[in-house]
Every structure is written in structure tokens, then in C-alpha cells.
Design a protein around this ligand. Structure first.
Ligand SMILES: Nc1ncnc2c1ncn2[C@@H]1O[C@H](COP(=O)(O)OP(=O)(O)OP(=O)(O)O)[C@@H](O)[C@H]1O
Length: 362
């Protein structure tokens, strides 16, 4: 196995603001409401891992633990809130929920995905028939994807993803849909990918599939990376956890989940940053201020601000004002020059008014 890494995550977090109303969301976007008024949920609480070229790595964990959040960050579908993400190569994700545009036909989706992957029309045409054959959806290829069954969608999604030649293939629960023949075809394709030295990320609840396909496995647990190592070791530990969890009473299970979710709600990003800075200082033997600076860069260096800056807020307000002004000018019937020199004319339109019965008053 090569030591060249394909994916590196360092202290990656993902925060979701749990807005209660649409207006709360809008206000927050314009920074008009205090961020602290909205509950936050930390789907990832600082995940670090490195995945090397040619590895196939399983991602396991209970429902809602953050597996899809992580695979979506790696594939670039969503941004991280803080932390360092480096993905070297083209990724292609197959997920039940992601990828295909429902209003487009199967063929149009093939073209769209190919173009998004940077392929030329000739390259797309060269793999088009293979995709259609692999997906085995016959004449449906010219129908809009919204008319497909979930199995057909999943087959087409998988077929496209494996034929557009990605360096990194991310499969998120996509093998759970489909019949045995298709499942076997997918396994063969994944094996072929492995032989070609491609990197595979395999998110699954099927521990058997993970054992069969993955060299290493990451166990994500309520937003944390609980374990990363040889598949056998990690899967066994996870099986033990599941067995112990099942032995708990219904109340015991519910209390455990509530406690873990509460930790995700209470997660303090500033305290986490301080903790990482302290660890960096101790590990690298550097001055405190230097460790703080390095950590701050690591956390926020490549993250785009999620809220608007003051300058962009003013810019949007100015644009709105200009649009409103021109709307008034158009409705009033006055010239732009006259409206600028004497804006009060906007209150006296030159157009004839009509009464409710459609009668025109001069
Ligand atoms: N857009 C969102 N807004 C708010 N919370 C979200 C959002 N997307 C995901 N979450 C929450 O983040 C947590 C992790 O979700 P994620 O889908 O990553 O989990 P998962 O491990 O893939 O789960 P599953 O095995 O059920 O697919 C969940 O608690 C989920 O409710």
C-alpha cells in the first residue's frame, strides 16, 4: 500500500443550526439575530483521519452518528464548519439520497455527471452504453429519473459513479438497494477498483459487507471518531458495543442516546480549539501564542464565513435600494434623470389611473 494519502481530515467539525422558523433562519443569515438564540447541533465534533491511496476504508456507526456528514464533506457536497480537509483527486459519491437530478432523464443525468467530472462529450459517449448496460434499466434511460423505482435510481447512480473514472469512490449505503445480481455486479466492480489501486470509502450498516470489502474501518460515534484500525478489530469492538447496548433496558438505551445527543448540543468549539492548541503546544514544544495561532489557522484557515460580512450586507442593501428605485421609476412613468433630480415626482405617476370598474379618468 502506498504512503501517499488521498484524504486527510484534521479536527473537522460540522455544526447545524437548528432553526425553529424560516424567519429565524433568514435573520441569522443577515446576522440580525443573536447566534446564541438558535440551538446548535454538532454532527461532527473534531474528526481527524488519513486515508491512503489504494485503501478501502469502511465507515460504521449507529444511525445519526455522522457517517454521511463526513462522506459528504469529503466529497465536497457540504463544507466543514472548522478544520482541515484535503482530498487529493476526483471523488465520486454513490448515495441513495444524493446525485441524480429527478427532472432529467437517465441519459441527461449521465451527461451531467460526466461533464461535472470534467469529461469531454466524446469520453462520456464512450462509457454511455456501458453505464446503461450496467444499470440495466433498458428504455427507461430516456425517461425522467423521477419516474424510476428506488432500485432503478440506485442502480443508475452506482453505474454512473463507477464509470466516470474517479480516483476516490465513496459509497454511502448504496448497496442496500437492489437485487442479488446487481449487488454481485457492484461487488465485482468494487474489487476491480481495489485492484486498480483506487481509494474507496464504504459507509455501511452491513458489517458483513464492510468485513468483505474494507482493509481498515472507522467507527463514528455521536460525532466522534471512536476507533480507526484493522477492519476485524474495529468491527468486533462495534459488535461488542451493539450487544452491550441491546442488553440495556429501554430506558437505559434512551438515556444513553439522550446523553450523547446532549453532548453534541453542548459542544463548545472555543473550548475544543483551546484544548487542541494546548495539545499542539505540548506535542511540538512551541510557545503558547504560536500554538494558538497554528491551531486557529488549522480550524479556520480554509473555512468560508457562513454568515455575511458587514460589507456584503451593505452591498445587498444598496442593490435592493437601486432595484426598488428603478421599479418606482418604471411604474411612475417619469424619466430616470427627472426622478433622480426630484425623487418626489415618483409619488405622482404620469400614467392614467383606472377605477375598480375599469373606467379611465383623465
Ligand atoms: N441539515 C441538517 N440539519 C440539522 N441536522 C442535521 C442535518 N443533516 C444531518 N443532521 C444531523 O446530524 C447527525 C448526523 O447525521 P448523518 O446523516 O451524518 O448520520 P449517519 O451516521 O449517516 O446516519 P444514518 O446511519 O442514519 O444514515 C444526525 O443527528 C442528523 O440528524
Amino acid at each position: 500500500m502506498s504512503e501517499e494519502y488521498k484524504i486527510k481530515l484534521k479536527n473537522v467539525t460540522k455544526e447545524y443550526d437548528l432553526y425553529r422558523t424560516k424567519s429565524e433562519k433568514l435573520k441569522s443569515f443577515f446576522n440580525l439575530t443573536k447566534h446564541d438564540n438558535v440551538p446548535h447541533f454538532w454532527s461532527l465534533k473534531g474528526v481527524s483521519l488519513t486515508i491512503y491511496k489504494g485503501e478501502s476504508v469502511g465507515i460504521i456507526g449507529v444511525n445519526g452518528s455522522g457517517k454521511s456528514t463526513m462522506s459528504n464533506i469529503i466529497s465536497g457536497i457540504i463544507p466543514q464548519t472548522t478544520g482541515f480537509v484535503d482530498v487529493r483527486g476526483d471523488t465520486s459519491i454513490v448515495a441513495i439520497s444524493a446525485g441524480l437530478k429527478r427532472s432529467l432523464t437517465g441519459l441527461e443525468n449521465i451527461r451531467l455527471k460526466g461533464l461535472m467530472q470534467g469529461m469531454s462529450f466524446a469520453e462520456i459517449d464512450a462509457v454511455r452504453d456501458d453505464i446503461i448496460e450496467f444499470a440495466d434499466i433498458g428504455d427507461f434511460i430516456d425517461q425522467p429519473v423521477k419516474d424510476y423505482s428506488s432500485g432503478m435510481r440506485s442502480r443508475l447512480g452506482f453505474a454512473i459513479a463507477v464509470h466516470i473514472n474517479p480516483d476516490i469512490l465513496i459509497i454511502d449505503e448504496a448497496l442496500s438497494v437492489g437485487d442479488d445480481t446487481f449487488y454481485q455486479k457492484c461487488l465485482d466492480k468494487i474489487e476491480q477498483f481495489k485492484k486498480e489501486g483506487k481509494t474507496i470509502l464504504f459507509v455501511s450498516h452491513s458489517l458483513k459487507q464492510v468485513e468483505m470489502l474494507c482493509d481498515r474501518t472507522a467507527w463514528i460515534h455521536f460525532g466522534d471518531l471512536r476507533m480507526l484500525g484493522d477492519t476485524e478489530e474495529v468491527v468486533n469492538a462495534y459488535r461488542q458495543f451493539s450487544a452491550d447496548f441491546k442488553k440495556k433496558s429501554a430506558k437505559g438505551r434512551s438515556d444513553y442516546q439522550k446523553e450523547k445527543k446532549q453532548l453534541q448540543l453542548n459542544f463548545d468549539i472555543n473550548a475544543y480549539e483551546q484544548q487542541v492548541a494546548k495539545e499542539t503546544q505540548e506535542k511540538e514544544g512551541i510557545a503558547e501564542h504560536e500554538a494558538k495561532k497554528t491551531t486557529h489557522n488549522l480550524f479556520y484557515g480554509e473555512v468560508l464565513p457562513s454568515k455575511m460580512t458587514t460589507a456584503s450586507k451593505w452591498l445587498i442593501l444598496a442593490a435592493l435600494f437601486v432595484m426598488l428605485f428603478f421599479a418606482f421609476v418604471t411604474v411612475s412613468g417619469h424619466s430616470v434623470t427627472k426622478s433622480i433630480s426630484d425623487p418626489s415626482v415618483l409619488l405622482h405617476p404620469v400614467y392614467p389611473k383606472t377605477s375598480g370598474e375599469g373606467q379611465i379618468f383623465k
